[in-house]
Design a protein around this ligand. Structure first.
Ligand SMILES: [Fe+2]
Ligand SMILES: [Fe+2]
Length: 164
């Protein structure tokens, strides 16, 4: 998969998760799906920010688009954090999830159908296969990182309960 195909697959997967969340019967189920959305978007944003955007930013014609995309990422990540921190049963859960969906949809559309991806396909086609591999490796590394953090949390918890 080249870089753009990989990123488009990610977008599709996240939109499917949002659809599933919309169809979910109760809040518990919705929150479970939100946790998946969180994981997917966190990884997606990270690999774009660490691998994809820096490679694109070198190009004068793409620089402005990347800067705008980074600002949109900030908003999405802030929403993700806010939703994650909501107390169960909060009446803000649904509206914030809706605003998150609107933001993600707008951002993904701007990348795919706006000027960014079509322009990249035109001016940097040779870069895309190698960049796809780099993105895949970065996603795997992030998964491993998350796994380690989780193990670390677990150890901490054991330590705390052990010392109490
Ligand atoms: Fe993005
Ligand atoms: Fe994206």
């Amino acid at each position: 998969m080249d870089a753009l195909e990989l990123l488009e697959e990610d977008h599709k997967l996240v939109m499917e998760l949002f659809k599933k969340a919309g169809e979910a019967q109760d809040e518990k189920e919705k929150r479970k799906i939100f946790r998946e959305i969180y994981k997917e978007l966190e990884t997606h944003a990270r690999i774009e920010e660490t691998v994809f955007y820096p490679a694109m930013q070198e190009n004068e014609e793409l620089k402005h688009m990347v800067l705008e995309a980074l600002e949109e990422h900030k908003q999405v990540k802030a929403l993700l954090r806010e939703i994650k921190n909501l107390k169960p049963g909060s009446e803000k859960f649904e509206p914030k999830l809706q605003v998150l969906l609107d933001n993600v949809q707008h951002h993904a559309e701007e990348e795919e159908e706006g000027k960014m991806f079509p322009k990249i396909r035109k001016i940097l086609p040779g870069k895309l296969p190698g960049l796809g591999e780099e993105l895949e490796a970065a996603a795997a590394a992030n998964q491993f990182r998350r796994h380690c953090l989780w193990r670390f949390d677990l150890r901490e918890l054991r330590h705390i309960s052990g010392s109490g």
